[in-house]
Design a protein around this ligand. Structure first.
Ligand code: ATP
Length: 304
């Protein structure tokens, strides 16, 4: 796979604070690459250095085989950056904003075609402030496509949206990938990363903790299998039996909701028999998620 982005030993310091601390990674053509991490991990700083909006303290970044610091203008024509909706002109209509942006580029796509892509043709004469949150997010993504870019940067594209609006945006992001574009995104939603991203890097305090294909990362969890069940408080004896095969806890302190983390398939079979013997009110058998791995690695919950 051809390399579209190559980051080497990237560092960004703000005074004494090291926001990005020597990270390296490549992104291949046509990939969706996700940067995850808690607030302040360094995701936006990393993204904005790759976009050419912030200057690295040290290290190198190549985008489409150009050094971003030296050839920012050449790269700018070929990338698309999603802006927060507050950054748009509030007194222009959607069509006018897209036409204005298009005028900055040699190559561009018509406002009508872009608005059609996100089902906002009927809003072409509206001001951005008159859109719903979901419509605004859709517009901000499509506005990043005005120059038909080869690489698209999305910083928390679905934050604050309801589940349906979020899924609509996932469809849009997949559509963009299907056009052969490369996408780098940041997100706080583990489920989103698991569904969308081909590869993921989890950052903490400016460093990359782990990076791999998304499904392989999940397999790295110490406890790949899970069982959740609901029952009235179970006896100490039964609890101890379960503990022989699994880590046992209560889901967010709820006494009747138990969460079991299991190391391998053999233990899964044994523990399942024990749980079934309890005859619980509800039982869910599953596998670890990216969120489980994230919590395992960082000891924190990302959406908090
Ligand atoms: P979030 O999920 O909250 O958006 P993030 O992972 O994107 O966080 P960054 O915005 O990259 O994190 O910030 C990384 C660190 O750098 C934070 O400690 C932040 O306070 C600091 N920082 C970011 N921008 C600046 C700046 N312009 N000046 C000084 N410090 C900054």
């Amino acid at each position: 796979m051809a390399k579209v982005i190559s980051v080497k030993n990237l560092v960004k310091k703000y005074g004494k604070l090291i926001a990005v601390n020597g990270i390296s990674f490549d992104v291949g053509q046509g990939e969706i690459f996700g940067l995850l991490g808690e607030n302040g991990a360094g995701k936006t700083t990393t993204l904005e250095m790759i976009e050419g909006l912030r200057t690295p303290t040290s290290g190198s970044i190549e985008v489409l085989n150009c050094d971003i610091v030296e050839r920012r203008d050449a790269v700018k024509e070929r990338i698309g950056v999603q802006l927060q909706s507050s950054a748009y002109y509030q007194f222009l209509t959607l069509r006018e904003i897209l036409e204005l942006f298009a005028s900055f580029y040699a190559k561009n796509i018509s406002a009508q075609k872009l608005l059609k892509l996100v089902d906002l043709e009927h809003k072409s004469g509206s001001l951005i402030g008159n859109l719903s949150g979901g419509q605004r997010q859709r517009f901000s993504i499509v506005a990043s496509l005005v120059n038909d870019p080869e690489v698209v940067f999305l910083d928390e594209p679905t934050t604050g949206l309801d589940p349906i609006a979020r899924r609509n945006l996932w469809d849009l992001i997949i559509k963009i990938k299907d056009q052969g574009k490369t996408i780098i995104l940041t997100t706080h939603y583990m489920e989103e990363a698991e569904i969308l991203c081909d590869r993921v890097a989890i950052m903490e305090m400016g460093k990359i903790l782990v990076m791999d294909e998304t499904h392989k990362l999940v397999e790295k969890s110490k406890f790949p299998y899970t069982i959740t069940f609901i029952d009235k408080k179970i006896s100490e004896k039964k609890l101890n039996e379960l503990k022989k095969y699994a880590e046992v806890g209560n889901v967010f302190g709820k006494e009747s909701k138990y969460f079991l983390k299991i190391k391998n398939q053999a233990a899964m079979t044994d523990v399942l028999k024990l749980v079934q013997a309890i005859n619980p009110e509800s039982l869910t058998v599953g596998r670890a998620t990216l969120e489980d791995l994230f919590i395992e690695l960082t000891g924190k919950q990302i959406e908090e």
